[in-house]
Design a protein around this ligand. Sequence first.
Ligand code: KMH
Ligand code: ZN
Length: 275
Amino acid sequence: MKTEKLIITAAICGAEVTKEQNPAVPYTLEEMVREAKSAYDAGAAVIHVHVRWDDGTPTQDRERFRVVMDAIQAACPGVILIPSTGGAVGMTAEERLQPTELMPEMATLDCGTCNFGDDVFVNDLPILRAFGKRMLENQIKPEYECFEMGHVDTILKLANKGLVPGAPMQFNFVLGVAGCTPATAGNLDWLVRSIPAGSTWTATGIGRAAFELAAPAIAMGGNVRVGFEDNLYLSKGVLAKSNGELVKKVADLAALLGRPVATPAEARGILGLRK
Ligand code: KMH
Ligand code: ZN
């Protein structure tokens, strides 16, 4: 089977990380654009978008998403934007769904309830069905975020019933969240073997696991997500100065392993997007 070029996603902001942890975490519009551009210039074809108010409070406000996504698109021509429908732990389903009203080409769809540090990230079946219905109606391709093996099984059952968008499916295996599946190559392999042929997938390693998981993902023909949402350090004890530094480290790893990096247009082809 042909190995496609590597799609690098930058999760530039997240909902939980703060400037106290890393001063480069973006909150304002200008900071969001700066971080997206640094990632794009370093080789990211996809930006996973969360938004904050200027004081750092996470929000799913539709108009905040509109302004931020328009500005990122202007600064990073052609980039693929994947707004979050996960939001922050504790938000209602209605709040979380707001960015889908903007008709993005993709959005995340979290595939099950799980522990999230001390919290519980709630994605029960009624939520999955509601989010699947919205994405079918608005022709949004989901990025299926799976934190546990049961999440894969759950979403495949819903796809088989036509309740969420089906093939070709894009999965993001988010491994290493406190309380969820550990970020090991073995667990990644187990998850990849459980998805339908013809699917695409991305690996996201949380914290120090970011690059430990990136290397096997690149070698296995998958794609990689990094960024401040997932990891704040470039290496042990060294804070990343930008999302671009994290993306560059993945692009350098890919070069070492002989895997070219996809442009946004190439990524759109690989993901089977409509435009
Ligand atoms: N902030 C996390 C609780 C997503 O973007 O879809 C959920 C999250 C997933 O970030
Ligand atoms: Zn997210």
